[in-house]
Ligand binder design. Structure first.
Ligand SMILES: [Fe+2]
Length: 354
């Protein structure tokens, strides 16, 4: 039987999930308490749902349905769901027919949401653009064409307004032209950054929230204690974080929602919160990924303030017969949790004995 992760890390989760105001801290448990009166009138919640990696494998459709049901069952219904990218399992190294089936499955299950939703592209939502691509560059669906058409999106980045807040959806899948093929780089690029500055400028003093797939901040090296891991390692962090953050800082953006790493992580810098949500798929529907269970983030906007909680949903991984690596990883996670419990009990007993 699996030991619930919460039993080990409840303290850490509670601290990580504390309600966070712009520049100050509040208690998420009291988010519906002290913010009454005028703020309650225009307050609303929405869900940041990222890295679903919808596939037919590993019983992922059942897992994603559980996730959607969990959002639908929330006591305070979200006004909308803001996707964070990697909605489908993969198009970069997957055959076109399989990729098309993943998009169909993603749309079919997502349509069970009781609230509207807005898409955001991730690196795996692109068809091709890499050394392992299985589609011809001349194919009309190559790159972002099929996903944009399927989701009825004119552009891969856009903005919208909701109840006095301005929202921006960014696209971190940047096409780098090579000799014979396109490869993908995790950055926004000069044209999008210029658009962003003017879009945020046009929104004036309204409070703002942005979403992007690849994070502006992701501290994998520090978390894993790996001195050889570069802070800008080429895949986990945007290459134009500095340019992006300067735009966010000068336009009253409160929060940048991030995905890609499948790890819950919150960073505050120059009055902007950078919040990474868990992957809804966890370890691609094979359990937790480096400590983050499958989940999503609920964001509450009240007045011009924002707070959030990282939420999980019930899902036991159900692996395919060939998933030996994933079985091994889950066994190692279990062993680590048991060791954590043993050490905690040992250290608590020592304290009581003093
Ligand atoms: Fe990703």
């Amino acid at each position: 039987m699996l030991i619930p992760r919460r039993e080990v890390l409840a303290g850490a989760c509670a601290a990580g999930a504390a309600g966070l105001l712009a520049g100050t801290r509040d208690d998420a448990a009291t988010a519906d308490g002290p913010h009454q009166s005028s703020e309650a009138i225009d307050s609303f919640t929405f869900v940041h749902l990222t890295d679903q990696h919808v596939t037919h494998r590993r019983h992922a459709p059942e897992g994603y349905r559980q996730c959607i049901a969990s959002i639908n069952a929330r006591k305070q219904a979200p006004d909308f769901v803001l996707m964070g990218g990697d909605m489908v399992f993969d198009g970069c190294y997957t055959a076109k027919e399989d990729y098309a089936n993943q998009i169909r499955l993603f749309k079919e299950i997502t349509s069970e949401l009781k609230c509207p939703w807005r898409p955001c592209l991730g690196n795996h939502d692109v068809l091709g653009w890499g050394a392992r691509e299985k589609v011809a560059r001349t194919d009309p669906d190559y790159g972002k064409n099929m996903i944009l058409k399927s989701l009825e999106l004119k552009e891969p980045y856009y903005s919208f307004d909701h109840k006095g807040w301005h929202f921006v959806v960014l696209d971190s899948a940047y096409p780098a032209e090579g000799d014979n093929r396109i490869s993908q780089e995790p950055r926004l690029g000069a044209a999008q950054l210029e658009w962003l500055g003017y879009d945020l400028g046009a929104a004036g003093d309204r409070p703002k929230i942005a979403v992007v797939h690849v994070a502006a901040f992701c501290n994998v090296g520090q978390i894993e204690g790996d001195p050889k891991r570069l802070a800008m390692d080429g895949s986990m962090v945007l290459w134009d974080t500095k340019e992006l953050r300067k735009i966010l800082e000068r336009h009253n953006v409160r929060l940048l929602l991030q995905g890609h790493s499948h790890r819950v992580e919150d960073t505050f810098w120059n009055n902007v919160w950078y919040v990474t949500s868990a992957g809804a798929s966890g370890a691609w529907w094979a359990g937790s990924w480096t400590g983050s269970d499958p989940g999503y983030t609920v964001v509450r906007c009240a007045g011009d303030r924002v707070c959030w909680t990282h939420e999980t949903f019930r899902w036991e991984p159900r692996l395919d017969p060939q998933d030996a690596v994933e079985r091994q990883r889950i066994a190692e996670q279990q062993a680590e949790r048991i060791e954590q419990l043993r050490l905690r009990d040992l250290e608590q007993a020592s304290r009581q004995a003093r």
